[in-house]
Design a protein around this ligand. Structure first.
Ligand code: ADP
Ligand code: MG
Length: 325
């Protein structure tokens, strides 16, 4: 063979050899009331498929434990019984409720899982929102300080009549973290797992960062307002476009101010970056409720947390760790 031909063969063989240490695998499925996506780099097809299957099974397990829509979930049992007496719960659920309570304390109650005491009066699919009277009656039950946790008994009790809890602002992040832990334990070193607006990235995109878009809240899905290059991080977005209906020009959406019982109005979307998805999920909801000013002030106080906020006028605000110099 001609010398040049050998060199060409060699050059063509190099990328193929480099790719032989693995390839990307990808799966999307419905779980936790949203779309779950898993992408991972793996050297072995069967092991990759098994790992993705395990992630989806884990998501379904967490949902079965924590969904407020499933009458058989542990969370639903709390909502039925904790008004009458302390209810003992699993270590996993108890730990997540404690985490939620810590974020309530951190945010002066902007994040509050007892928001559900009024939250259940909304139905975004059917276009139902409570009237003033119903809100006024239900609002006193929204108070995280009246959600009594007993670590010794691992129990939960409602100290106010009409109280309910919902983990919609934190459970998907928890499930994503569980999924990443599970992938790590299987030896996966590069992966992305997302459930709706909550994503965690393990490693990078095989030598390059993942390019993650933040959607423009008033344009169709797929149009990015901001693109961030990311590796080894969690990122969550809360938006007023996820679940909402409009009446008389007013947008009723699913992120509720615990103070008023009405949808929070100061932002269109909030994106939080941080070390784990449980934190970024809860904080994206929190900062959405707080709005750009108080929200950014909170983010600046927290180590390792950054934010991108699109405010009610469509302006983009960045925390100091992201802002261009
Ligand atoms: P998504 O479910 O679209 O990912 P978020 O992470 O922003 O959205 O969480 C919104 C969900 O959080 C709501 O659907 C509801 O279950 C819950 N939630 C709404 N308001 C609050 C609040 N003030 N504190 C805690 N959880 C809330
Ligand atoms: Mg959230």
């Amino acid at each position: 063979m001609h010398k040049l031909a050998w060199i060409l063969c060699l050059a063509l063989a190099v990328p193929a050899a480099a790719a032989a240490d693995g390839r990307w695998y990808r799966r999307e499925a419905a779980a936790m009331g949203t779309s779950v996506r898993v992408e991972l780099w793996h050297a072995d097809a069967a092991a990759a498929e098994a790992a993705m299957e395990a992630v989806l099974a884990e998501m379904r397990r967490v949902d079965a434990l924590m969904s407020s829509f499933r009458p058989g979930s542990e969370l639903s049992r709390i909502n039925r019984e904790a008004g009458a007496r302390a209810v003992a719960v699993s270590p996993e659920l108890f730990a997540l409720i404690r985490r939620a309570q810590a974020i309530s304390a951190l945010s002066g109650g902007a994040f509050d899982i007892t928001y559900a005491s009024v939250g259940h009066l909304y139905n975004f699919r059917q276009g139902i929102a409570p009237d003033d009277g119903a809100l006024e009656q239900a609002l006193p039950a929204v108070d995280y300080r009246s959600l009594v946790l007993d670590p010794a008994a691992r129990s939960v009790r409602f100290a106010r009549p009409g109280m309910r809890i919902d983990l919609g602002g934190i459970a998907k992040g928890h499930a994503v973290d569980r999924a990443i832990a599970l992938l790590r334990a299987r030896g996966v070193r590069e992966a992305l797992v997302s459930a709706g607006g909550d994503t965690r990235i393990l490693g990078d995109h095989h030598g390059r960062p993942w390019l993650t878009g933040i959607r423009d809240p008033r344009r169709p899905p797929g149009t990015s307002a901001v693109v961030l290059p990311l590796a080894d991080t969690a990122i969550s977005t809360s938006g007023d476009y996820e679940r909402y209906f409009e009446r008389d020009g007013v947008r009723y959406h699913h992120i509720i101010s615990p103070r008023t019982g009405r949808p929070a109005r100061a932002a269109r979307s909030v994106t939080i970056l941080g070390p784990d998805a449980t934190t970024t999920d809860a904080l994206s909801t929190t900062v959405f409720v707080l709005g750009p000013r108080a929200g950014l002030a909170l983010v600046e106080r927290l180590e390792g947390i950054e934010a991108v906020i699109i405010d009610a006028a469509g302006r983009v605000h960045y925390s100091s760790g992201l802002a261009p110099p």
